[in-house]
Unconditional design. Structure first.
Length: 159
């Protein structure tokens, strides 16, 4: 991987925050016309595929990375594909995917309030995000667990 072109961690966190804002907007928009299942699935799908998008002629960028002129590369400086994006973003999309799945399950379990799905999803996703953030902040190469799993790295987009 390209160590000299590696993106700054603070800028990466800002880009991820921007992407999470987009995911929340998707979630809220779907929630207006459907339930937690569809809303969580829509936001989760966006987060899973966010780094394999082609925005305005730039490959391997999420909206946040596009704004900050960064991109995700796979292996030997190839644009991030859908499979790698799903692998690297599973922990980030976990909250929305769990809300979707647990809401569906809890709708069929008597005496369990469906909003318990949101609470459980928040607890599990918080642990996953905490692990990702810790790895990102302590790793000398600036990689998080998702990057190691998918063989990806965030770099400056010098195009």
């Amino acid at each position: 991987m390209e160590q000299e072109n590696r993106a700054d961690i603070a800028r990466r966190l800002v880009a991820t925050t921007a992407d999470l804002v987009v995911a929340i907007m998707i979630y809220r928009a779907f929630l207006l016309v459907s339930g937690n299942f569809v809303a969580g699935f829509g936001a989760g799908t966006f987060l899973l595929l966010r780094d394999s998008l082609d925005l305005f002629g730039k490959q391997g960028v999420s909206p946040g990375k596009w704004l900050l002129n960064m991109k995700v590369v796979c292996g030997r400086n190839q644009p991030c594909n859908h499979i790698a994006s799903i692998k690297r973003n599973l922990s980030i999309a976990l909250y929305f995917l769990l809300v979707s799945l647990l809401t569906l399950i809890f709708n069929f379990v008597p005496f369990v309030h469906p909003n318990l799905a949101v609470l459980l999803a928040c607890a599990i996703a918080s642990i996953a995000m905490g692990m990702e953030t810790y790895k990102l902040l302590t790793d000398e190469t600036g990689l998080r667990l998702g990057d190691l799993l998918a063989d990806t790295q965030v770099v400056e987009n010098n195009l």
